[in-house]
Design a protein. Structure first.
Length: 309
C-alpha cells in the first residue's frame, strides 16, 4: 500500500481541477495555492481562478499570493502547512529557487508534452500547430529553469487528426491526473532522468496574431494552426481590412494564388493556399453572429477569383 503524502497543490485554470481531485483520492492536500482573483467580464467583477473556487468548495486551505519571489510570509505558509511534496499544474508563475527547497521532496510538475519537446507555456497549442501526431504528459522534478528539471514519469498520447486544442487538452488532463497520482504513490522509488537539452524545443505563449491565417502556408499547416488556436485566439481571415473569424474549416482540393477564392458552394468557400486549398464552412463577421460561409460571401463583396487580404 502506498503512503499517503501531505501535498501542497499549485494551480489556477480549469485544466488543473481534475488533477487536484485525483490527488485527493489518494493523498492529503494540506494547502492549495492559486493566482489572485482577477477582474472578469464587462463589470470587471473580481473572480477567483477555477482552482481557488474548487478549493473553497472542498474546504481546503487556500493561499493566493500576488508574488512568490522574496515572499517570506508565503514561504512560512508553505512551511507551516507540513507539505512533504508540492505539485504544480498550470500554475502560471516561475517558482523561485528558495521556495523549491521548502518541501522535503521538492516540487513535481505536470507538463503536457514529452519533454524536452515543447518546453514553455503553450505545449498543447504548439503540438497541434506543429502538426505532431504524438504528444504526452511528463511528470518532472521542478528546478529553477523553464521545464528543465529531471523526468520522473512520462507517457505518450496519440493525437487524432481532427482534434482541436480543446480535445487535446481534455485527453491530456485525464492523463496528467492519473500520472501525478502514480508519481506520488511511487515517490521513493522513482529515479530522476536528466533531460537532453540539445533536443529541446519551445512552446511560447500565443498572441492574438497567431490566429491569423497565413495563406502562403500549405492547407495542412493552416488547418493545423486552426486546431491549435481553436480555444484562443481563434482563427481569423481579413477582407478589406475587416476581421472574419473562421469557426469551422477543413482541407480541400484546388489550387490558385494564396488567398484566392476558388469556388462558392453550399458546403462553403474554397480558398487557395500555398499548397492545396481550405474549405471555410462557418464564419463570424465582426459584430455579427456565426453564419454559413456562403451566406457571408453573398454580402461581402468578395467574388470568385478575388483574394483575401
Amino acid at each position: 500500500m502506498s503512503i499517503r503524502r501531505k501535498v501542497a497543490f499549485f494551480g489556477s485554470p480549469a485544466f488543473a481541477v481534475p488533477v487536484l481531485e485525483a490527488i485527493l483520492t489518494a493523498h492529503d492536500v494540506v494547502l492549495v495555492v492559486a493566482q489572485p482573483d482577477k477582474p472578469v467580464g464587462r463589470g470587471l467583477k473580481l473572480t477567483p481562478p477555477p482552482i481557488a473556487a474548487r478549493a473553497a468548495e472542498l474546504g481546503l486551505p487556500l493561499s493566493q499570493p500576488a508574488r512568490l519571489r522574496k515572499n517570506l510570509d508565503f514561504e512560512a505558509v508553505l512551511q507551516g502547512s507540513g507539505a512533504e511534496v508540492a505539485v504544480t499544474c498550470a500554475y502560471g508563475k516561475i517558482l523561485p529557487a528558495a521556495l523549491l527547497q521548502v518541501p522535503q521532496y521538492g516540487f513535481l510538475n505536470t507538463h503536457t508534452s514529452l519533454l524536452p519537446q515543447l518546453r514553455g507555456a503553450a505545449p498543447i497549442q504548439w503540438a497541434l500547430i506543429s502538426g505532431l501526431s504524438v504528444t504526452g504528459t511528463t511528470i518532472m522534478q521542478t528546478d529553477p529553469g523553464m521545464d528543465t528539471g529531471p523526468i520522473l514519469l512520462q507517457e505518450a498520447l496519440s493525437i487524432l487528426p481532427d482534434w482541436t486544442s480543446l480535445d487535446l487538452s481534455a485527453a491530456l488532463q485525464t492523463q496528467a491526473a492519473r500520472l501525478i497520482v502514480d508519481a506520488l504513490n511511487g515517490l521513493d522509488k522513482l529515479t530522476p532522468q536528466p533531460q537532453d537539452d540539445a533536443q529541446a524545443t519551445h512552446a511560447r505563449v500565443l498572441d492574438k496574431s497567431d490566429g491569423d491565417i497565413r495563406w502562403t502556408d500549405s492547407a495542412q499547416d493552416i488547418h493545423n494552426r486552426f486546431r491549435g488556436v481553436f480555444a484562443w485566439p481563434q482563427t481569423s481571415a481579413f477582407v478589406n481590412g475587416k476581421r472574419l473569424k473562421v469557426l469551422e474549416m477543413r482541407p480541400a482540393t484546388g489550387s490558385g494564388q494564396p488567398g484566392e477564392l476558388l469556388a462558392v458552394s453550399a458546403d462553403g468557400l474554397t480558398v487557395a493556399c500555398g499548397g492545396g486549398a481550405i474549405l471555410l464552412t462557418t464564419v463570424q463577421p465582426e459584430g455579427k453572429k456565426p453564419m454559413v460561409a456562403a451566406d457571408w460571401q453573398r454580402g461581402s463583396g468578395l467574388r470568385v477569383g478575388e483574394r483575401f487580404d
